[in-house]
Write a protein that binds this ligand. Structure first.
Ligand code: BEZ
Length: 328
C-alpha cells in the first residue's frame, strides 16, 4: 500500500479544510507548561525563529511558557476554541481526550530514550494522531519527548513494597495513575508547575519524573533515593488548533507542519544526546541512585497490561517496539 504523508492524512482528517484559504500573515500564540530553559521551550523558540525566517517575516510565533495560559487541560480547551493557535503538550493531556494514546504509557514498552524516539516515528504511533481533529479539535503535527520516567523518593526504597501507601506525584493521566494504583501507592495527580512545592513541603512522598527536570529543578535535593527505573516513556505532541488550521493556506500548512515536525524531532534528539550525562550528574549529587528494571515492577506491570490492553492498542505498540533496531 502506498504510504500517505502526514500532511495528507491531516488534511483528510480535518476534512473541511480541503479548500485552501488565502495566505495571510499571522502571529501564532504557542503555549507550553515547561519553563524557559527546558528542551521543549528551547525547541519551540527555535521553531518560532525558523518560521519567521522561512516565511520572510510573514509569520511569527509568540511563546507562552511555564503555564502562563493555564494548565494543559485549559490550553487544550483554548486550542479547541481557537483562542490559542499552537501548543507543545504532554501526550498525557491528549490521552485524557482519547484513551488510545494510553498505549504509549505501557510499562517497559521501550528500553531507553533511543528506542522511545524510534517508536514514536513508527506508523503504530503516528496513526494515533489522525483521530485528534475529531476527538480533541486539534491537529497533531508530530511527537516530541521528555525522556524516560524515574521515581524520586524522600525516604528509602529497596523493594516495590516500600512504595505501598506512599503519596506519589504523577502527571494527571489515567494510565500513569493505574500503574501506581497497581503498585499499591496513593497516586497524587499534580501538573508540573505544582511539583516543586508539593515535594518540598511533604505533600507528596515521591515523584514520577524525568532526569532533565530532576537535575534542572534540583528535585534531588529532597530525595533519599532515586530509582533509575526507565519504567515508561514520556511523549509530547505538537498541536495546532483545528479551527486555526482551517484558516491557513495549503502553503502555510505545509510550512508550519514541516518546521514544527523538525523541531519536535529535535526534542527527541536532545534527550537521546543528554540523558546519559544527566544520569552521571545525578550520581555525583551523593544521593542513592538505584538502577531497577522490569522485574522490580513485575506484578504492577502485569496488572496494568490486563487493564489497558482492553482500552488502547497496547499489543500493536508492543509489536512495533519489538521490531525496532535494539539499542545497546
Ligand atoms: C511532568 O508532568 O512530569 C512533565 C511535564 C512536561 C514536561 C516534562 C515533565
Amino acid at each position: 500500500m502506498k504510504k500517505r504523508s502526514l500532511l495528507s492524512l491531516i488534511a483528510a482528517a480535518v476534512g473541511a479544510c480541503a479548500i485552501a484559504a488565502p495566505a495571510v500573515a499571522k502571529d501564532f500564540r504557542l503555549g507550553l507548561i515547561t519553563p524557559p530553559p527546558h528542551i521543549w521551550t528551547q525547541s519551540a523558540g527555535q521553531f518560532a525563529e525558523e518560521l519567521k525566517k522561512e516565511s520572510g517575516g510573514k509569520h511569527t510565533v509568540t511563546l507562552f511558557p511555564a503555564g502562563q495560559l493555564g494548565n494543559e487541560a485549559q490550553m487544550l480547551q483554548q486550542l479547541q476554541t481557537g483562542a490559542l493557535d499552537m501548543a507543545f503538550m504532554t501526550v498525557a493531556e491528549v490521552t485524557n481526550r482519547d484513551p488510545n494514546f494510553g498505549a504509549l504509557f505501557a510499562p517497559y514498552l521501550v528500553k531507553d530514550v533511543h528506542e522511545a524516539g524510534a517508536l514514536l516515528q513508527t506508523p503504530a504511533a503516528t496513526k494515533l494522531l489522525e483521530a485528534l481533529p475529531a476527538k480533541a479539535g486539534v491537529v497533531g503535527i508530530g511527537y516530541g519527548m521528555a525522556g524516560m520516567r524515574q521515581i524520586l523518593s524522600r525516604s528509602p526504597v529497596t523493594t516495590a513494597a516500600d512504595l505501598k501507601g506512599r503519596k506519589m506525584r504523577i502527571t494527571p493521566v489515567d494510565p500513569v495513575r493505574d500503574f501506581y494504583v497497581a503498585l499499591g501507592g496513593a497516586p497524587t495527580p499534580l501538573p508540573l508547575p505544582a511539583v516543586f512545592d508539593a515535594l518540598a513541603n511533604g505533600q507528596v512522598d515521591a515523584i514520577d519524573m524525568d532526569l532533565e527536570l530532576i537535575n534542572a529543578l534540583k528535585f534531588y535535593e529532597q530525595a533519599d533515593t532515586i530509582l533509575l527505573s526507565n519504567h515508561m516513556m514520556f511523549p509530547m505532541v505538537g498541536l495546532v488548533s483545528a479551527r486555526v488550521w482551517q484558516t491557513l493556506s495549503e502553503e502555510d500548512r505545509k510550512q508550519v507542519s514541516e518546521l514544527m515536525a523538525k523541531h519536535l524531532k529535535n526534542t527527541i534528539a536532545g534527550y537521546a544526546d543528554k540523558e546519559s550525562g544527566w544520569e552521571e550528574q545525578l550520581k555525583k549529587t551523593g544521593k542513592k541512585v538505584v538502577p531497577v528494571g522490569p522485574e522490580f515492577f513485575k506484578d504492577a506491570s502485569a496488572q496494568w497490561e490486563a487493564n489497558w490492553s482492553k482500552r488502547a492498542p497496547v499489543a500493536e505498540l508492543r509489536e512495533a517496539a519489538k521490531n525496532l533496531p535494539k539499542s545497546q
